[in-house]
Design a protein around this ligand. Structure first.
Ligand code: GLN
Length: 485
């Protein structure tokens, strides 16, 4: 078997058994990048030299018995909105084109301590605003299954890099679906943990009350293993939560007997592609065959999730992005007349159209006179949505549905109609509003040969339930790579 086809955990085992080395794995990934990056373009930055150097250091520690964990020596790609000391971090925006952080995000630091080899930083929608990775200032990423289609977003670079074997796993971030939707589009597995589980320290903020870092990988075992490593209580993040257990791999059991799975009727109505619907329902049946109990139910307020999300996320974004002013770091316009003109020119030139749209919308809903009508109302809606989920989880262990209403759209088809693009977030967004964990696992292909994702949503802190069901489902099918075609 080609080294590149291994999962992260399988590679880690081979490294521990001295059947291969961190250096060999890193070299294999760099060769693959040389081969496919011209078409896929998953990365904004590839740190060839740094990666090889790091791989050598890690390998020495492995040989000395100092690094014995499952991810030691395994090459990883990091979404470009997580700070990496000494390595450019752009958020795929022109405004951060020359930003080299002086510190590393806590989640990335946790990986480094476990012996990860960072290959580089992956492409994304600018400031994680988007669903296609087309709003990047550094060019688009294409879907490794079909280069005419988008990889999804905003963690499109991370998901495409995993699918295209340009790394063994990656980190993404999810504010309204940015791990689960591109995972679904690229045929890989991604989990958004419960809010507060992974530290946001060093994650460049988009919508702080919604943002969460999570793993993207080839299978559920990898996702659980990565989550074990990146999740931690961090007092540098005031929303970090001290959990009772950080053991997610104990959920890797092929058993769903007696698990109660709720299927929201409203998720299967208008707007859902019939091929996606069929694949997701077929996956539900597989779980039923294994002993899970399926039941349809009405999840209320689904239609309010998108408007509430775009008000809250944009409000927070307008505030979070005010720090990019050309003074402290990042891009600064060249010719200007005085301070205010400098701000204006820098931000006009530095931000792309989608980011500007959201800053304007966010500033508007926060402005006096409109605050109550929009922002406050959205916050109330958010609380009501959480109550709907609470009701559902009083009856069910988890909720099952699609990750996205369609498979990956064609390049260029989404940006022209932003509202329509926002509507594509229907199945993922409410999960962030309620702070819940959600996982997307591949469950089939459409007639165009594009992957379909199954989403399982759990109650807060119940990652292990959805990991267990996802693992059980995964046992019914083999991992498909775009190179198997
Ligand atoms: N598509 C959503 C948005 O544009 C979600 C993005 C995300 O999760 N970062 O806001």
């Amino acid at each position: 078997m080609d080294l590149l086809e291994l999962t992260a955990v399988a590679l880690g085992q081979k490294i521990q058994k001295k059947e291969t080395s961190a250096v060999e794995a890193t070299q294999a990934v760099l060769n693959q990048i040389d081969k496919v990056e011209g078409t896929v373009h998953s990365y904004v930055t590839v740190d060839q030299e740094g990666a090889i150097k790091k791989a050598k250091q890690v390998q020495e520690k492995i040989e000395a018995g100092q690094l014995t964990g499952p991810l030691a020596g395994v090459p990883v790609a990091i979404k470009d909105n997580m700070c990496t000391e000494g390595m450019r971090t752009t958020c795929s925006s022109k405004i951060l084109e020359n930003f080299v952080p002086t510190y590393t995000a806590e989640a990335v630091l946790n990986l480094e301590k476990a012996g990860a080899v960072i290959i580089g930083k992956t492409n994304m929608d600018e400031f994680a605003m988007g669903s296609t990775t087309e709003t990047s200032a550094y060019g688009i990423t294409t879907n490794p299954w079909n280069k005419e289609h988008v990889p999804g977003g905003s963690s499109g670079g991370s998901c495409a890099a995993v699918a295209a074997n340009e790394c063994f796993y990656a980190l993404g971030s999810d504010t309204g679906g940015s791990i689960r939707q591109p995972s679904s589009f690229c045929g890989v597995t991604g989990i958004k943990p419960t809010y507060g589980t992974v530290s946001r320290y060093g994650l460049i903020a988009y919508g702080s009350s919604l943002d969460q870092i999570g793993p993207v990988a080839k299978d559920v075992t990898d996702c659980a293993t990565i989550l074990n490593t990146i999740a931690s209580y961090d007092k540098k993040d005031s929303t970090s939560y001290q959990r009772e257990s950080y053991d997610f791999t104990k959920a890797l059991v092929d058993d769903v007997k007696g698990m109660k799975i709720g299927i929201p009727k409203g998720y299967f109505g208008e707007g859902l592609d019939s091929e996606v619907s069929n694949a997701v329902m077929a996956a539900a049946k597989e779980l039923e065959k294994k002993g899970a109990i399926l039941e349809e139910f009405d999840l209320g307020l689904v239609e309010y999730a998108i408007p509430a999300y775009y008000v809250i996320a944009d409000a927070e974004a307008s505030s979070n992005l005010s720090r990019f002013d050309g003074v402290k770091y990042g891009y600064r316009a060249e010719d200007y007349k005085g301070l205010h003109h400098m701000y204006k020119k820098t931000r006009s030139e530095g931000f792309g159209p989608e980011v500007k749209r959201r800053i304007m919308l966010g500033s508007f809903v926060l402005s006096s006179g409109y605050y109550d009508a929009y922002y406050l109302k959205a916050l109330r809606t958010k609380a009501l949505i959480k109550q709907e989920f609470d009701k559902a989880f009083a009856k069910y262990d988890m909720i099952l549905g699609p990750a996205a209403p369609t498979t990956a759209p064609k390049v260029g088809a989404s940006l022209a109609d932003p509202i329509k693009m926002y509507l594509g977030d229907i199945y993922t967004i409410s999960v962030n509003l309620a702070g819940l964990p959600g996982i997307s696992v591949p469950c089939g292909m459409d007639s165009k040969g594009l992957p379909i994702g199954l989403q399982l949503i759990g109650d807060c802190f119940q990652e292990n339930k959805i990991l267990q069901a996802a693992y059980a489902f995964e046992q019914t099918r083999a991992y498909k790579s775009p190179f198997d075609k």
